[in-house]
Design a binder for this molecule. Structure first.
Ligand code: TYD
Length: 199
């Protein structure tokens, strides 16, 4: 099973990935956890370039860099793991590009999806968990160490939040939107239960 986690910065994705990993491992499953951008040497370099260098990067260049990192991650980590029967949990995936680049930066959902379908050989997650939080709260929780994308203004964060909600309506059978403000352990149990119903 391939499960991705999406949401604003500071929405608790990383915590939920770790809690779900534990629940699945307790069932005796092999679980591979990874994150985007990153997870491969190229991915970590892309992360450095896109998020932490003071560069001018156009919207399509940004989308293409994320897609390049994703392509590498799918080929080197995700597909091999799925092929040997492991569960893969990924902190951000295609929907991040659809929300941030496709909708918030205005490139369009369809062209960004097309780019990413090419880059990943058409690999979509079985299930995507979208953690919904108040955009203002997300901004407080990310604190001082903002990356290049987080330095966008408050309006951008509100747009990304709306973008995610729009995606949840566009892909209702894949995206499971949950209230990210619940107690983490309870939320993890809910997510785990929903995934079991599906698989
Ligand atoms: P990261 O530090 O991983 O944020 P978080 O811990 O909240 O996941 O930074 C990832 C940033 O990159 C985040 O602001 C969202 C952005 N991003 C995109 O804009 N498009 C993408 O395709 C991906 C994977 C991330």
């Amino acid at each position: 099973m391939f499960v991705t986690f999406e949401g604003l910065d500071g929405s608790g994705k990383t915590t939920q990935v770790e809690l779900l990993r534990k629940l699945l491992e307790d069932e005796g499953r092999e679980v591979v956890v990874t994150r985007e951008p990153g997870g491969t040497e190229l991915g970590e370099l892309v992360r450095e370039v896109v998020l932490h260098r003071d560069l001018e990067i156009g919207a399509w260049a940004e989308a293409a860099l994320f897609a390049a990192a994703r392509s590498q991650l799918v080929g080197a980590v995700i597909r091999p793991a799925l092929e040997r029967g492991a569960d893969v949990l990924c902190d951000r995936y295609i929907d991040s590009s659809l929300a941030y680049q496709g909708i918030a930066r205005g490139l369009g959902v369809d062209p960004v999806l097309e780019l990413n379908m090419q880059a990943t050989g058409g690999l979509l997650p079985d299930r995507t968990v979208l953690l919904l939080v108040d955009p203002a709260g997300s901004r407080r929780r990310t604190g001082e160490a903002w990356d290049r994308i987080e330095r966008e203004d408050d309006d951008f964060v509100v747009q990304v939040d709306r973008a995610y909600r729009e995606l949840a309506e566009l892909f209702p059978s894949r995206i499971l939107a949950v209230d990210g403000t619940q107690a983490p352990e309870r939320l993890a149990e809910t997510i785990h239960g929903q995934l079991r119903q599906r698989s």
